[in-house]
Design a protein around this ligand. Sequence first.
Ligand SMILES: Cc1cc2nc3c(=O)[nH]c(=O)nc-3n(C[C@H](O)[C@H](O)[C@H](O)COP(=O)(O)O)c2cc1C
Length: 199
Amino acid sequence: MSAPANITLAVTGASGSIYAAEILRTLAADTRVTKINFVASDSALRVFAEELELSGRNDLAEKLLGAPCPKLQHHAETDIGANIASGSYPTDAMIVLPCSMGTLAAIANGLASNLIQRAADVCLKENHPLILCIRETPFNRIHLRNMQLASDAGATIFPAIPTLYNHPQSTQEMARQFVHRVLAHIGLPQPDAYQWQPD
Ligand SMILES: Cc1cc2nc3c(=O)[nH]c(=O)nc-3n(C[C@H](O)[C@H](O)[C@H](O)COP(=O)(O)O)c2cc1C
């Protein structure tokens, strides 16, 4: 099977902007990926400002990448008429990183009331991989129930929990290893990914 080329990346208002920055850079540099549809929620922009001291709306992705990226298309969270809102559009996979409990709840319950939720809803109905990198601690029973609902509908619950067995030397290295695991999961293994080597 060929590697997924058309990826939707959604960023929501959970903690973990560094993951979003890292996955965007990796997707931009990956020549197998020919199209990135990028959507950030309003809350994601707020968290970016808090965690990375980075502001921006239509140019957030370019700011993160440090240069324009021709294969990247920026969408407003409110643009419910965007390409990825339609089942006729050939998305290969969608990743929500980080995924807030609010967006998880909306996806799990089929609300589809903004572009992120609608694009996720489309992935579920069209059987495209949908990876929800949820982040919260601790979980309440509503969160747990919504994870079960989303998983039953076909989403992969892929918690934004970094590994330590690879001895990361920085938060960026931690984020990178997590991103590599997410991308390997959708069929985009990265050449420099850490692999566990037992003694
Ligand atoms: C700095 C900051 C960190 C946050 N961290 C989380 C988090 O880790 N998980 C979560 O579910 N919500 C978190 N929130 C709250 C969400 O941003 C909020 O529930 C928002 O309505 C989610 O909207 P969205 O799903 O449309 O992005 C955080 C908010 C701020 C300002």
